[in-house]
Design a protein around this ligand. Structure first.
Ligand code: ADP
Ligand code: ZN
Ligand code: ZN
Length: 759
């Protein structure tokens, strides 16, 4: 190749691979796919990744420019990773440069030189072991550190001090100066010891482990379908132990990590491994380090959320994706990928097994089981003698309700607390109440920027997260007040905030009252009923502070009668052994939604929340308040379980030609100017009329279910096809033409492949 060009993915919203000239006097052999470069781009400089070399280009001499810098000698990414990112760009119709910039940690993307930062390891020296406690009487911090390091049993890194609320650096330095504590450099893969033993797997767990181990070295997707508490996590742990003993790596994807610190701790205690964690709350440097450690084989386990699915692996052994039904695996903005689907593709490229675990499989996955694409492994029983909770409905029709709580529910709570056990109350919405209404004219407080009402918050202040997590209510029985005058109104869609007005803006009367319920209101009502019982609220407002969730969990584990009030955060994988009653206060809205996926979500939610009850020896009870006790979703779910619901729902989806039987893509368009959106969509429709549409259905344009949001008007066009392939070809023709439309610049538009909701 005498003259050659570099084909480069540059971070821009254009669907193009850019050609550049190599540096002067360089050879083709100096370059390889997966190396990072810096290129001139307009007046800027951008980082890019080489995808390939070519001997031809469609650019003219004048257009061609040489790259500015060649950053990597060795490719940063291997061929399999590049193939995966290219596939994702193609499948999701997302610009290749943006895909690369999304999948690489910020520091990597910025073109920084990369190296693994070795940790310092601390251990107590022989002299340090001899030190008498009394000699450190006047240095309590040194003493605390010395004891902490002693308790670790082996050299440990500074994460041991993470929980300390004082600056440990000074005291630690003193200890090392006195040679009571020694410092050494971390070696590759320093494994910490597992401190907890394995369980003897029950026959179903054993069958699952065997089937998955047998598939090693080849691609296979397993749906590990086990009710909550059936021992799925135990199966993961034993599989991981086997794989890491063989020097393989395991990638574990979870919906949330900060909300389920228990799970991460359980992994730490059980696995003799070098484990790294990656999620969006970590700073850039820690994320880049986790990425690098897995890529270089310095870690054998990565526990991460959605975006970790793209992390390169040196010795891939297996991928585990827990709670596969959870919609947080779908990115809802920008590059709208499904981490579940990408993970499956990744396992296929790497030729390794992937395990999708859940108690409530998505209809997509069950369909794949029916089609023979996934292997179904079922764990039908709770382990260790725990039995499934019984689920009962409370018919609320014509019942006296105290702030939405029925007498029956209150009685059940009283009984449970009387036995010294704990209660979870599930409420669908955070805040105090979803509507502020005027008693004399019916005015309701709307958000000015959204087609939505503002939610009343009582226990939060302008721009400050609530500070008190747990409030024990001692003293005389208080009456729950409905006064919200000191409260705050907040839009849950755009974040707008204002104070509760003293008078109605329409009629000037002062009688404004809250309508409906939220977690804060239920918390308040309960504290009036149970003045001596500690009540903890768990929702996005109360868990904003770092480690807030851990504090709640510790509190619950301390035991004693108490009540937890919370949103769906409570449904996610927590294990509270002393919770025996779960009450669901307001699930009716989920029974009557216009989204065809609502029934699936509601069933999953009920099943998951119910799964929090009676996870150990004591039997659990679940009480669901409803005005529709005859609703088929509820009756099926209660008498026959989630599996039976799912079977029926799949049949309905097939008859209605909905996913997973048909394939959707959603073109979303929004702008401040409603007319701009409509004109743009008209042009798109005109374009479509020039394309062969025999294989696809076009529905719309229609307004989004919430037309106005944050001041922007939103419309959408649904594209539907009976085959992925035809949808793909149609979009491949349509989208480049849409991109060229002049009107496209006056709007924001995006394409969502396999959308999980239509909002
Ligand atoms: P899941 O992940 O399906 O909710 P877990 O793996 O958390 O279930 O198991 C539920 C409980 O049962 C945990 O406390 C776990 O330690 C315990 N457990 C799991 N497998 C066994 C087993 N084979 N024998 C005894 N106890 C088990
Ligand atoms: Zn009024
Ligand atoms: Zn708003």
């Amino acid at each position: 190749m005498s003259r050659f060009y570099l084909n480069i993915a540059v971070d821009t919203p254009l669907h193009i691979v850019f050609d550049y000239l190599p540096l002067a006097q360089s050879e083709p052999s100096d370059y390889a796919p997966g190396q990072r470069v810096i290129v001139p781009f307009g007046r800027q400089q951008k980082t890019g990744v080489i995808l390939g070399l070519s001997s031809e280009t469609s650019l003219s001499k004048k257009q061609l420019k040489p790259i500015a810098q060649h950053l990597d000698k060795d490719p940063l990414l291997c061929e399999q990773d590049i193939t995966l990112y290219k596939w994702a760009s193609d499948y999701y119709h997302h610009p290749i440069g943006e895909v690369f910039s999304q999948v690489l940690p910020k520091q990597v993307r910025a073109g920084k030189p990369l190296c693994i930062e070795m940790q310092k390891l601390y251990a107590v020296s022989a002299v340090g072991h001899e030190v008498e406690e009394s000699s450190l009487k006047r240095s309590p911090r040194q003493l605390a550190l010395l004891q902490l390091i002693k308790s670790a049993d082996k050299p440990t890194d500074k994460s041991l001090f993470d929980h300390l609320e004082w600056d440990w650096r000074g005291p630690l330095k003193k200890l090392t100066e006195k040679a009571w504590v020694t410092v050494s450099q971390e070696q590759a893969l320093p494994c910490h010891k597992a401190s907890a033993p394995n369980f003897q797997p029950n026959p179903e767990q054993q069958a699952a482990i065997d089937a998955i181990i047998q598939s090693q070295g080849s691609f296979q997707t397993f749906l590990l379908d086990g009710i909550t508490g059936s021992g799925k996590t135990e199966v993961y742990l034993q599989l991981i132990q086997r794989l890491i003993a063989e020097g393989k790596q395991v990638l574990i994807l979870l919906p949330e990590i900060t909300l389920t610190p228990q799970l991460a701790n359980r992994f730490k205690q059980r696995l003799a491994a070098q484990m790294v964690i990656s999620h969006s709350k970590l700073n850039d440097s820690r994320r880049a380090q986790a990425w690098l450690r897995l890529k270089e084989g310095f870690a054998n386990i990565l526990l991460g959320t959605r975006s970790a699915v793209f992390t390169p692996m040196k010795n891939p052994g297996m991928i585990i994706l827990d709670e596969e039904h959870d919609t947080s695996f779908k990115q809802q903005q920008g590059f709208r990928y499904s981490a579940r689907d990408v993970a499956i593709m990744r396992a296929r490229n790497y030729k390794i097994p992937i395990v999708l675990g859940t108690a409530t499989p998505s209809l997509e996955s069950l369909h794949n089981v029916q089609q023979g694409r996934f292997t179904h492994l079922v764990l039908p029983k709770r382990t260790a003698g725990a039995v499934q909770p019984s689920i009962k409905l409370i018919d609320c029709k014509n019942q006296r309700l105290d702030n939405h709580l029925s007498d029956n529910l209150i009685k059940a709570i009283t009984k449970t607390l009387g036995r010294g056990e704990q209660v979870i109350l599930f409420v669908n919405r955070r805040g105090f109440a979803p509507v502020l209404m005027c008693h004399s004219c019916g005015w309701v407080c709307q958000c000015l920027r959204c087609d939505s009402r503002m939610v009343i918050h009582k226990n939060t202040y302008l721009h400050s997260p609530s500070t008190s997590l747990t409030r024990g209510h001692y003293g005389s029985k208080q009456k729950a007040s409905t006064s919200v005058a000191s409260g705050l109104l907040r839009c849950h869609h755009c974040g707008a905030e204002r104070r509760v007005p003293a008078n109605c803006p329409d009629c000037q009367q002062a009688e404004l009252f809250p309508l409906g319920i939220g977690t804060e209101r239920i918390e308040e009502t309960l504290s009036a009923h149970f003045p001596n019982i500690p009540i903890t609220r768990i929702d996005r407002d109360s868990t904003q502070r770092k480690d807030a969730m851990q504090a709640v969990i510790d509190k619950v584990h301390e035991g004693g009668a108490q009540i937890l009030v919370g949103t769906q955060m409570l449904a996610k994988g927590h294990h509270f052994p002393n919770v025996t009653l779960v009450g669901m206060v307001d699930i009716d809205a989920g029974l009557f939604s216009c989204d065809f996926r609502a029934s699936e979500r509601t069933s999953q939610l009920i099943t998951q929340v119910a799964g929090r009850a009676g996870r150990e020896k004591k039997k659990g009870l679940v009480l669901i308040q409803t005005h529709h006790p005859q609703h088929p979703l509820l009756t099926t779910l209660i008498s026959h379980g989630y599996e039976s619901f799912a079977k029926d729902a799949l049949k309905e989806r097939e008859q209605a030609q909905l996913p997973p039987y048909h394939y959707h893509a959603l073109l979303r368009v929004n702008a401040m100017d409603e007319q701009a959106v409509l004109s743009f969509l008209n042009k798109v429709k005109q374009l479509i009329s020039t394309i062969d549409t025999r294989q696809v259905n076009i529905l719309g344009p229609v307004p989004a279910p919430m037309l106005k949001r944050a001041g922007r008007f939103r419309y959408q066009l649904l594209i539907e096809a009976s085959q992925r392939k035809t949808r793909h070809h149609f979009l491949k023709t349509l989208l480049p033409a849409v991109e060229k439309l002049k009107l496209a610049r006056k709007t924001r538009w995006s394409i969502d492949i396999d959308p999980v909701d239509l909002y």
